[in-house]
Design a protein around this ligand. Structure first.
Ligand code: SP5
Ligand code: ZN
Length: 318
């Protein structure tokens, strides 16, 4: 399989215990085992060589996030003791996204994974998979949320956009409110998302059909909210519509915000996609024949996550 995988062990420094859901502490879905499930399955199909990310300047993060927001995360984490957790009351959109001592380092390394992948595309690589954790697409310029701290896909897309137009195709179950907002007034980075209807599902306030961009960016943001219970037939049709939009836009690069929480057995999702269907999604994206950076977003069925990723890559790379 002709694909580069970017992986760092530093994601292990972030291991949130609880999220607060309707006033109750429940166990946190976004666990280190997610990425370990993927690396294990990759090894089982003979992919043993993972690239360790290089360290990029914080300036790359400041291009997308406000410095006072980045400083807030950095300083809050530094003050925390080993097993302490902070649920911030500002710079945040929900009660699901706690800080721990290792969160800053982990989130920064997640950005490094994304940027290392982007740099490889600039060096003529065609397909790279960055095993980003924590995820990123809910993070706004000055807000964390939805388990996300820094917007990995947005930072990578910004980096790539110096060389040409970029499409961010977001196939996570949830709408990427952060990515949408960051590029809402731009026409050189087109955000397209297929996700669960925000009337029912997080992030609730963003991801509706009529959000199409503003100013220069008008027409360069497209949302495809789908009902809970959506199955493969409707999903495939929707994907084909989005890929036609991509073709017409003719970008130099595609960044895929890849969440596997659209899986039928995902513990927090609500679509009905099966393991082999991810191969079909991969094939469709591959048929565009455009250099592609895959950024890991959500997906919470730890047992099957590796199988989902492998199925997706089989479609993309073979
Ligand atoms: C990156 C990503 O996929 N973030 C998703 C954040 C959505 N969190 C919503 C909170 C869901 C609470 N879990 C309820 C579990 C009930 N068993
Ligand atoms: Zn998600």
């Amino acid at each position: 399989m002709n694909i580069q995988i970017i992986y760092s062990r530093k994601h292990l420094l972030h291991h949130p215990k609880w999220e607060i859901f309707y006033g109750k502490k429940i166990s946190h879905s976004e666990q280190p085992g997610r990425i370990e499930s993927i690396t294990k399955s990759l090894q089982q199909i003979g992919i043993n060589k993972f690239t360790t990310p290089e360290t990029f300047s914080l300036k790359e993060i400041y291009k997308i996030h406000q410095k006072n927001y980045v400083d807030f995360i950095k300083n809050s984490c530094k003050k925390l003791k080993n097993e302490e957790t902070l649920y911030p009351s500002f710079f945040i959109i929900d009660t699901y996204t706690p800080l721990q001592k290792g969160t800053f380092l982990s989130a920064r390394e997640s950005v490094n994974c994304a940027l290392t992948g982007a740099k490889l595309l600039l060096n003529n690589e065609n397909l790279v998979y960055s095993l980003c954790r924590p995820p990123g697409h809910h993070a706004e310029s000055n807000k964390m949320g939805g388990y996300c701290y820094f917007n990995n896909a947005a930072i990578a897309a910004q980096y790539l956009s110096n060389l040409g137009k970029v499409v961010i195709l977001d196939i996570d179950f949830h709408h990427g409110n952060g990515t949408q907002r960051i590029f809402y007034d731009r026409k050189d980075v087109f955000y397209i998302s297929i996700h669960a209807d925000p009337v029912k599902i997080f992030p609730y306030f963003s991801g509706f059909l009529d959000e199409t961009g503003v100013g220069e960016g008008k027409g360069y943001n497209k949302n495809f909210p789908l009902s809970l219970g959506t199955g493969e037939k409707v999903y495939k049709k929707t994907l084909e519509i989005t890929l036609n939009i991509v073709k017409n836009f003719n970008p130099k690069f595609i960044v895929v915000s890849a969440g596997f929480d659209t899986y039928i057995n995902d513990p927090i999702g609500g679509f009905k996609l099966t393991i082999p269907f991810y191969k079909a999604i991969g094939k469709e994206i591959k048929s565009l024949n455009i250099p592609t950076l895959i950024i890991q977003e959500g997906g919470y069925n730890i047992k099957d996550l590796g199988k989902l990723a492998v199925s997706f890559l089989e479609g993309l790379a073979t």
